[in-house]
Write a protein that binds this ligand. Structure first.
Ligand code: HEC
Length: 232
């Protein structure tokens, strides 16, 4: 590395630190409260366009929400049915006309792409006047989705300069994006909390069964060993 390259690398790191580490690694806490927070943010910002068709609203009771809370905070789209999958507000045929592509059902997006991909996608939008929506994305070039969260996270140019600050601090904004991703991770695999809670019991039963199997084996072989000694 030349001296000049070293200096510019150091300046780059300093600038990055000064911007409050805008590219800090995502902090997923993945807990029931973070999933609930994410579900509320999703209802507020995303369910205008996206369905989460495989996740029934009533399933959220498992997270500790009451039916009344779900109806008030999560079932925001008209026509949402408590016993059915999460529906979008927008008519998909119209959405297709507007965006050129219907906003996809996000039930399995985290399984398909991974948490980090979805997080990076949501934080990689930049202002691009050449696009019909005015938005582009570093991870998903020429994406049809506008940067819905820009009023909160800020508007960035392609080179990363901040054009218009958002309403939230970077720390709060990134935490909220991580919560939305936590919710989508839960949606793609909703039995996860139950599995994790049941796991220790299942392992306990298996250990107990192994113990009995061992005692039984000892009991069976006792006579064989006795016969070994007596030479019969
Ligand atoms: C105004 C409508 C609209 C809103 C609101 C919206 N999206 Fe989208 N979204 C779209 C469209 C349209 C696409 C398809 C983009 C493409 O394929 O070019 C998309 C694509 C995506 C994708 C990529 C899916 C894939 O197939 O790879 C993800 C992830 C996503 N949106 C997440 C979100 C989240 C999370 C929110 C809320 C913070 C949100 N979207 C809000 C319209 C919207």
């Amino acid at each position: 590395m030349t001296k000049k390259a070293l200096v510019s690398a150091a300046a780059g790191i300093a600038a990055w630190l000064a911007t409050g580490c805008a590219f800090a690694a995502p902090q997923f806490s993945f807990s029931k409260p973070s999933v609930i927070a994410g579900a509320k943010l999703f209802a507020e910002h995303c369910s205008a366009c996206h369905s989460v068709g495989s996740l029934r609203y009533n399933r959220l009771v498992e997270l500790g929400m009451t039916e009344a809370q779900i109806k008030k905070d999560i079932m925001t789209p008209d026509g949402a049915n408590y016993l059915q999958g999460m529906t979008p507000t927008m008519n998909m045929a119209e959405a297709k006309q507007w965006f050129g592509i219907a906003p996809p059902n996000l039930s399995h997006i985290v399984r398909a792409q991974g948490k980090t991909w979805v997080y990076t996608y949501l934080t990689s939008f930049y202002w691009d006047p050449q696009r019909p929506s005015g938005w582009n994305n570093h991870l998903f070039p020429n994406v049809a989705m506008p940067d819905i969260l820009s009023p909160w996270g800020g508007t960035y140019a392609k080179d990363g300069t901040l054009m218009q600050p958002g309403l939230e601090s970077q720390a709060v904004y990134h935490k909220q994006v991580a919560e939305i991703v936590d919710f989508l991770r839960y949606a793609s695999d909703p039995s996860i909390f139950k599995r994790r809670a049941d796991g220790p019991y299942v392992l306990g039963v298996l250990i107990l069964l192994s113990l009995f199997a061992y005692l039984l084996k000892k009991e069976y072989w006792k006579d064989v060993h006795k016969n070994d000694k007596t030479g019969k």
